[in-house]
Write a protein that binds this ligand. Structure first.
Ligand SMILES: [Zn+2]
Ligand SMILES: [Zn+2]
Length: 96
């Protein structure tokens, strides 16, 4: 089951289960659309993969299948991330 994380890992912006701004990589690393575009260049700082829009979980199922309770928040170390970003940003995610 897809893990719904409630904030952008980098900037901390709220990303509730019905957010259309949430982006996830295949490992469910979760960032807001603005960080993915402006800061990360569609490169996940944790795994190097690309991001897709996170699907919205229907409200009626949230009680049975709730979001993750704790917040995953770890601002990206941009200097450390730079080499990975530069190596991957020009390669489409499906070819990485
Ligand atoms: Zn963000
Ligand atoms: Zn990732």
């Amino acid at each position: 089951m897809l893990e719904l994380r409630l904030v952008c890992e980098h900037c901390g912006r709220a990303l509730p289960p019905n957010s259309t701004d949430a982006r996830v990589c295949s490992f469910e690393c979760t960032f807001c659309a603005e960080c993915v575009e402006r800061v990360l260049a569609n490169v996940c700082p944790n795994c190097g993969g690309g991001f897709e829009r996170r699907p919205v979980r229907p409200t009626k199922l949230l009680a049975k299948y709730p979001p993750r309770a704790d917040l995953v928040r770890q601002a990206v170390d941009l200097a450390k991330f730079a080499p990975l970003k530069e190596a991957q940003r020009s390669i489409p995610p499906h070819l990485r």
